[in-house]
Design a protein around this ligand. Structure first.
Ligand SMILES: Cc1ncc(COP(=O)(O)O)c(C=O)c1O
Length: 431
């Protein structure tokens, strides 16, 4: 079989880890037996192969639940975050027992939420979309809690607020928000797609009722994710959106994606185990990219919140954890550190006087994104950048970098050189 690698330009630098991540080779190794040998349908419990797969998936479900602060029955596997977000939003709003007609959300959500909420609006729901902080260097993109206080009331069915922003990396503090939702009896759903596996995420501590994630964002396989339910919120009525064989307590029918579930469990275990060291390394690479770009480009602006200072004394070069050290029964820290203000691998910058797409064309060896992956094919400036007070021109002149596990210091230095040269060429052209 021809290696795919052979047809990839060898000098490519992948810095789009918010769009997706490379599947960790340890995850690939771990899932192969569940494709080649133990391939039975976990629903086929009349025979031994089916029962073996079913037992493995229940073990994975329990481990994933434990890593995210849930009970095993509180993990519903889906095809990814888009489906999970749809299940949370439509499942809560459209349940026949739901009498409330109001939804509170934020302008900076991902399209999975935005488009689902537009549909609810067409069905007669009132949707309130709150703005975010545009001042205060460490809180740009955060949801002001007093705005929620004004918007929420006894008719609010659902509050829908993402945990980590996919464009500017803002991490939303949740404790006051969760308390408000509880006080008003509103369900709190968080799209935690960019946060799970990147920062410490525990639904019980966050206080959200529902949480969505996608495994390919944390070095797991594509096409698998989940909706996680808080242990105290198991009785929230959720209307299933995919009907059929009644799997997963009827919440999401369809043959369980055994390969995806095994891969998710492995990827999440590895991410949680290596998180502290990996984040120190990645945030230092981000710091390096930012300062190297600033040296080369006058007037470069940071979009989004300032980050906390990087942890000192950590090696920058690739230090992947030893595969032998990974344990399937890793126990999460019960008292994780508070969330930083920004996702460690996120950098979003505005290049003065040029267009981000044109810059990308002049740096074809770089894989970066102008806006979010799902919107980068359309010409509109990013709704997130506009929401934090950027002009249309500034938004069009911005690029998002997602630094991840497999990036190295030399790639970062090369990316800064390539972009510096591309910017110089382009700005001469537009001057
Ligand atoms: C914040 C956020 N939510 C939801 C999604 C959708 O995830 P998926 O495409 O895996 O369904 C993404 C993907 O970019 C995302 O970044």
């Amino acid at each position: 079989m021809q290696s795919v690698k052979a047809i990839v330009l060898m000098d490519e630098i992948y810095l789009d880890n918010h769009a997706t991540t490379r599947t960790d080779p340890r995850v690939v190794d771990g899932i192969l037996p569940w494709m080649l040998d133990e391939f039975a349908n976990s629903g086929s419990t009349t025979h031994a192969p089916g029962r073996r797969v079913a037992a493995k998936l229940e073990e994975c479900r329990a481990n994933i639940a434990q890593l995210l602060g849930a009970e095993p029955e509180g993990v519903v596997f889906t095809s990814g975050a888009t489906e999970s977000v749809n299940l949370a939003i439509f499942g809560v709003a459209l349940h026949p027992r739901q009498k409330r007609r109001k939804i509170v959300s934020v302008v900076t959500e991902h399209w999975a939420s935005i488009d689902s909420l537009k549909k609810l609006e067409r069905l007669g729901f009132e949707v309130i979309r709150l703005g975010v902080e545009i001042h205060g260097p460490e809180s740009i993109g955060m949801l002001p809690i007093d705005e929620v206080e004004l918007a929420i009331d006894g008719d609010t069915a659902l509050v829908n607020v993402m945990l980590g922003n996919n464009e500017i990396g803002t991490l939303q503090p949740f404790s006051a928000l969760a308390a408000l939702c509880r006080q008003h009896g509103a369900v709190l759903h968080t799209d935690a797609t960019q946060a799970v596996g990147k920062v410490s995420v525990n639904i019980a501590e966050l206080g959200a009722d529902l949480l969505s994630f996608s495994s390919h964002k944390f070095y797991g396989p594509k096409g698998i994710g989940g909706l996680v339910i808080h242990p105290d919120s198991m009785s929230i009525p959720i209307l299933p959106q995919i009907l059929g064989g009644g799997q997963q307590q009827n919440l999401r029918s369809g043959t369980l994606n055994s390969v995806g579930i095994v891969g998710t469990e492995l990827a999440l275990t590895l991410a949680v185990e290596g998180m502290v060291e990996e984040n120190a390394r990645i945030s230092r690479l981000r710091e390096m990219l930012w300062s190297e770009l600033k040296k080369r480009i006058e007037g470069l602006q940071l979009n989004g919140p300032l980050w906390n200072p990087p942890i000192q004394g950590m090696s920058l070069e690739n230090s992947h954890p030893n595969p032998a050290s990974s344990s399937a029964h890793f126990v999460a820290d019960p008292h994780p550190a508070p969330l930083p203000a920004r996702l460690p691998g996120n950098l979003n910058v505005c290049f003065p006087k040029v267009d981000g797409q044109s810059l990308m064309l002049r740096a074809p060896q770089l894989a970066v994104s102008s806006g979010s992956a799902c919107t980068s094919s359309e010409p509109h400036p990013s709704h997130v950048l506009l929401a934090i007070g950027k002009s249309e021109d500034e938004a069009r002149g911005s690029l998002r970098f997602g630094i991840g596990r497999f990036n190295t210091e030399s790639e970062i230095l090369r990316a800064a050189d390539v972009l510096g040269d591309a910017y110089e060429e382009l700005s001469r052209f537009v001057a």
